[in-house]
Design a protein around this ligand. Structure first.
Ligand SMILES: [Zn+2]
Length: 89
């Protein structure tokens, strides 16, 4: 009696939960959008010219970079942190 209950109810339930969790993992792996790029990674996704960040040496896309004009020259940075480190003119 108890064994029948186990085989006919608990086992299919566990099997269902197991399969569902596997499917959930599988689906979420393909549904999650790609992680945002790290600001210090070479960034070319937005197109434009590549410029070297004078603080950390990373090449950044002019379209995606943080810019500041120093002595009439536009300087490109990978992030605001690098921009803030650049000596003020
Ligand atoms: Zn930088």
């Amino acid at each position: 009696m108890i064994r029948a209950f186990f085989v006919e109810f608990i086992f299919p339930l566990l099997l269902f939960l197991f399969i569902r969790s596997l499917l959930g993992n599988f689906i979420s792996r393909y549904r999650t959008p790609p992680a945002p790029r790290q600001p210090f990674a070479p960034s070319v996704q937005a197109g434009g010219e590549l410029k070297k960040d004078p603080i950390c040496g990373t090449y950044v896309s002019t379209a995606a970079s943080v810019t500041r004009t120093v002595n009439g020259e536009v300087v490109h940075f990978c992030s605001k942190a690098c921009c803030d480190q650049y000596p003020k003119a």
